[in-house]
Design a protein around this ligand. Structure first.
Ligand code: APR
Ligand code: PHB
Length: 395
């Protein structure tokens, strides 16, 4: 097989890239480790920045998003048992964010790719990248199509490493090339989906002595809630009653606000880390999305940052195939990293503002509350939060 761009991974980065390239008339093949059913069913985050929503519409994959997405013009920061609204529309030039689950995005993108009859292979195994520092890179893999288990080879001009944090692309780069920057947080999030109407129209980020809590949603019938927990929290110790009890405490207000409970239909624990590798490219391999960087979920940026990377990559590849210039490709990593670091800063800032850290002393606690007070009363500070939350402008 031969193509122009081999895309490793059918997550948001790989799928958005394939549609962007298609629009430019550039061929690609997507190679994905898991089944279609698996990637379309995996519960993850669900908040789309203004730019991500616009792009889905531009790519013609926004119909369900338009019907089912929930537009939010603000969020609430809750601390000292009181709520304070940050009004995005007013503070961020009329922009807003949209709640729409990541796996619904995946379904829309996969459907578009298949409808266009473009190649996408699921359940590829033993995938390896070769000759990435030459002008003729290639990928080998096994594909479990019925009756077939031989090793296949895909020759290409470039490889897009969109295979997430645990993928093979980043680790195919020779030792010594990449510098890693990271921070682990001493907590995780216990997340649930509950068959319960959301108790608020907008998201609530709650700072509490017992730890952070977040109220989000997936639809007018389904709530998505999170609790700060230990990074290796044992879910067996969290029967449904205990989860609701803890959420009730952390989200309680002085004015009698009520958290609606309902049957819990999904539970999971997510670790929290900040991670970046530099540069995001080597030879003919470009990393995009979680394969190059991870953000803690507090700012809801993971998916949106992956989309921002592949927009830069698609423009650079478009310039290469239309004029032969490699200038934008050479700048790919530097262009992406300017945004990546700003988004890292914002995600870290939201995280340190809202969570309890085991080493914090009463001074740190007072400082956090003062910062929350400042953010919710100073127009300059709330505008900083708003413009980052709805998404910084594209380069
Ligand atoms: N070969 C082929 N595919 C692979 C391999 C491999 N060796 N390893 C991983 N993959 C696939 C995964 O199965 C997954 O479908 O690559 C895809 C990577 O997708 P994501 O992990 O979603 O990463 P990305 O597209 O960068 O999106 C980042 O999605 O996962 C969230 O929190 C993340 O919101 C962030 C965003
Ligand atoms: C979610 O709805 O899953 C969600 C929303 C906001 C976040 C993180 C996760 O900051």
């Amino acid at each position: 097989m031969r193509t122009q761009i081999a895309i490793i991974g059918a997550g948001p980065a790989g799928l958005f890239l394939s549609l962007l390239l298609d629009r430019l008339g550039i061929q690609s093949v997507i190679l994905e480790l898991h089944t279609r059913q698996y990637i379309e069913g995996r519960v993850r985050a669900g908040l789309l920045e203004h730019n991500t929503v616009q792009l889905m519409h531009e790519l013609g994959v926004g119909d369900r998003l338009k019907r089912q997405g929930l537009e939010h013009g603000g969020i609430e920061l809750r601390f000292n048992n009181r709520g304070h609204r940050i009004d995005f529309r007013e503070l961020a030039s009329g922009k807003c964010v949209t709640i729409y689950a990541q796996h619904e995005v995946i379904k829309d993108l996969v459907a578009a790719r298949l409808a266009a009859n473009k190649p996408m292979l699921f359940e590829t195994a033993n995938l390896q990248l070769h000759a990435i520092d030459s002008t003729s890179p290639y990928v080998t893999f096994q594909h479990n199509a019925p009756g077939q288990k031989s090793t296949e080879r895909l020759d290409c001009d470039f490889i897009a490493g969109c295979d997430g944090f645990h993928g093979v692309s980043r680790t195919s780069i020779p030792q010594g090339v990449l510098t890693t920057y990271e921070r682990d947080y001493p907590f995780g999030w216990l997340g649930i989906l509950a068959q319960a109407p959301p108790s608020s129209h907008e998201l609530i980020y709650a700072h509490h002595d017992r730890g952070f809590a977040l109220l989000s949603m997936r639809s007018p019938q389904v709530s998505r809630l999170y609790l700060q927990c230990a990074p290796d929290e044992n879910l067996a110790l969290w029967p449904d009653d205990r989860i609701w009890h803890e959420l009730q405490k952390r989200l309680a207000t002085h004015d009698g606000w009520k958290l609606t409970e309902g049957p819990i239909i999904q539970k999971g624990v997510t670790g929290m880390r900040s991670f970046v590798v530099e540069p995001m490219q080597y030879g003919r391999l470009c990393l995009a999305g979680d394969s190059a960087h991870i953000v803690p979920p507090t700012g809801a940026k993971g998916l949106n940052l992956a989309v921002a990377d592949v927009r830069v990559l698609a423009v650079a590849l478009g310039a290469y195939y239309s004029t032969g210039t490699t200038d934008l490709l050479a700048q790919y990593s530097a262009t992406c990293l300017r945004r990546v670091w700003k988004v890292q800063r914002f995600s870290w800032w939201m995280t340190q503002l809202l969570h309890r850290f085991p080493d914090d002393n009463p001074f740190d606690h007072r400082r956090q509350l003062a910062e929350l007070d400042y953010v919710t009363t100073s127009r300059a500070a709330s505008q900083t939060l708003a413009e980052n939350y709805v998404g910084l402008p594209l380069p």
